[in-house]
Design a protein around this ligand. Structure first.
Ligand code: G6P
Length: 611
């Protein structure tokens, strides 16, 4: 949450920072601000989106080749101008941008107030910069040293960048628990929460480690750790393309990302699956896959959509590997005292690789001796780096806050992991293994067919856009799809929606059904088909309006449902990858018709780096 950007070099900093903040806006959009240095240290900040900040400024005032910027997802203090970043220190000689949470800010603030500090905002971040300045003045040390000492007093998570009035060629940054990337250009440096603001200028990046302090001064970069030991910067070359972070002619990132799914699933399978050869290669897991007979239990952890991908994986993994699987919200797992035994494998799923609860759950499981696999999308992210082994989803940057292509890529990777374990263990026949590989290879073209339904789904959306509630029902493999369909709708259209196992409907949700209640059934041809038909009839008997996602050629449900969406047939373990697509489109069109901000829904952020 919160996006931070910094620049120092030979170009004008303002346009680079504003553009960077727009690219990071998916991380938060409660307020935006920048600080520029040109003789004086000037802070400009405003409640609302980056464009509102931009509209309020006149570019002629903004000449500077060094600056920092921030887009906020409010934690401490309501979204208003005063709480927007950057924050000044007491003397206004320093300015800070911060992503994260300072847990002991209350006690630090009290102490600073006792010393005479006056605060302008309710934020924890302002306390950090007052503390840094207090140390700097009292110990008469450099800014870098003051940041280092402040870090030993601050408890919490942060990525910070600090600008100093008297040092026009210097940026100091530090991280603990929140992401921070440096872009290394020729005679210029970029700092950001992720690589998206950097990629159009340079693909040489350094991912900063926890407890490291970066100093960029007079065109040179150096890194110290918290013990003041110099660190050798590791420069990586990123392969991200600029087009992957642009809308490419689509009205919204979400729609673009929905339509990218044939390609993103293909990218995910590329070089890993060859059905003709009977090959399935997951290079990052190879070493551990040789030890599959030692796996007694698999625990899957994630949040939001990633948790839903984990639920699909539970069905797939138990079916093929015959290893018991548990799926848990990372936020719950980390706050109990979970039993982890030798032989347990924990799979952490995270698009961003930065979700605070998932990272903390990972660390807990690791400390108890589990083997940790990661399924992440963002290369080099904190979760990806903290695992023993893993497989990237290769879906490309996902910018829309509501996750779409990341979900299908996660399910694809998890299905590959299940099949790889099953194959090694011998819990799947050679014939089934191979036919499942063919099933996987066919997914991109089947998603393509779902995308061809876009216009008819748009018409359906027009019918239902004014509904106040929605129910999504499915059984077996399609139960997690129902959850994901409901989540997509509530996230972006603000319509209340619930996902439920269809059989559980009679234990509660059936009481809600009347002629105003749309019920979306995922009723494809699978082992629960006949049972789901009974559930559809139960809804129709109570005058509910049924939208059914059915298998191509279905005739039975057509006579019962008010609307049907026909999708290609597939093995039931593969259906979630296909059935979710029309539900993504339905939510998207309903949200657009309701005038909602699809890519940046209210109160949400893409990367939840707070607990
Ligand atoms: C946020 C996002 C969701 C995402 C969840 C988990 O809530 O809005 O789209 O599913 O975080 O994020 P992760 O990056 O760990 O998959």
């Amino acid at each position: 949450m919160c996006g931070i950007v910094g620049y120092v070099g030979f170009r004008q900093a303002y346009p680079i920072i504003i553009k960077g903040l727009k690219r990071l806006e998916y991380r938060g959009y409660d307020s935006a601000g920048i600080a520029l240095l040109n003789g004086s240290l000037n802070v400009y900040k405003k409640k609302g989106k980056v464009s509102e900040l931009e509209d309020s400024l006149t570019e002629t005032d903004l000449q500077s080749t060094i600056g920092i910027g921030h887009t906020r997802w409010a934690t401490h203090g309501e979204p208003n101008d005063a709480n927007a970043h950057p924050h000044y220190s007491a003397s206004e000689d320093l300015a800070i941008i911060h992503n994260g949470i300072i847990e002991n800010y209350g006690s630090l603030k009290e102490e600073l107030i006792r010393k005479g500090h006056i605060f302008q905002s309710d934020t924890d971040s302002e306390v950090f910069i007052h503390l840094i300045e207090d140390i700097k003045l009292n110990l008469a040390c450099s800014l870098e040293e003051s940041v280092r000492i402040a870090m030993s007093q601050v408890v919490g998570a942060y990525a910070i960048v600090v600008l100093e009035k008297s040092s026009p060629n210097q940026l100091i940054a530090a991280r603990k628990g929140s992401p921070l990337v440096v872009g290394v250009g020729k005679g210029e440096f970029f700092l950001a929460s992720d690589a998206t603001p950097i990629i159009e200028y340079t693909n040489e990046v350094i991912y900063i480690n926890d407890f490291d302090i970066v100093t960029i001064r007079n065109g040179e970069l150096s890194i110290l750790n918290i013990d003041a030991k110099p660190q050798v910067p590791y420069i990586q070359t990123l392969e991200m393309e600029l087009e992957s972070i642009e809308k490419g002619g689509f009205e919204h990132f979400m729609l673009k990302e929905i339509f990218e799914q044939p390609r993103s699933v293909l990218d995910c399978l590329r070089g890993r699956v060859s059905a003709d050869k009977g090959h399935l290669i997951l290079g990052g897991l190879r070493e551990y896959l040789n030890r599959v007979n030692n796996i007694d239990r698999i625990i899957i952890l994630g949040c939001g959509t990633s948790w839903h991908a984990g639920l699909v994986a539970e069905y797939v993994m138990e079916e093929f590997t015959r290893i018991p699987v548990e799926v848990e919200y990372a936020s719950e797992f980390r706050y109990r005292n979970p039993i982890i035994r030798e032989g347990d494998v924990v799979i952490v799923i995270s698009q961003s690789g930065e979700t605070a609860d998932s990272l903390a759950a990972l660390e807990l499981a690791r400390s108890k001796g589990a083997i940790i696999f990661g399924v992440c999308n963002v290369v080099g992210s904190s979760i990806a780096r903290a695992t023993h082994a893993g497989a990237y989803t290769h879906a490309g940057p996902e910018i829309g806050v509501a996750s779409t292509k990341a979900f299908t890529a996660q399910v694809t990777v998890l299905t590959m992991i299940a099949l790889a374990i099953a194959n090694k263990k011998g819990s799947i026949s050679e014939a089934t293994f191979r036919s499942m590989l063919y099933e996987l290879e066919a997914v991109p073209s089947k998603i393509e067919k779902c995308l061809a339904l876009n216009d008819s789904i748009k018409e359906l959306a027009a019918e239902f856009k004014d509904a106040h509630n929605f129910l999504y029902l499915g059984r077996g493999y399609n139960f997690p799809v129902a959850l994901e369909g409901a989540l997509k709708l509530k996230e972006i259209s603000y319509i209340h929606a619930e996902g439920y196992p269809a059989a559980e409907m009679k234990h509660g949700p059936i009481a809600l059904i009347d002629e105003a209640m749309p019920v979306v059934f995922i009723a494809t041809h699978d082992s629960s088909y006949e049972k789901v038909i009974s559930n559809i009839q139960e809804v129709k008997a109570r005058k509910g309006r049924v939208i059914a996602v059915v298998s191509e050629g279905d005739t039975k449900i057509k006579t019962m449902a008010d609307y049907t969406i026909e999708i290609p047939t597939a093995h039931e373990a593969i259906i979630p990858l296909i059935a979710v697509v029309p539900l993504q489109l339905l939510s998207y069109h309903i949200a657009v018709m309701r005038g909602c901000h699809v890519d940046q829904p209210r109160n949400l952020a893409k990367s939840v780096t707070v607990e």
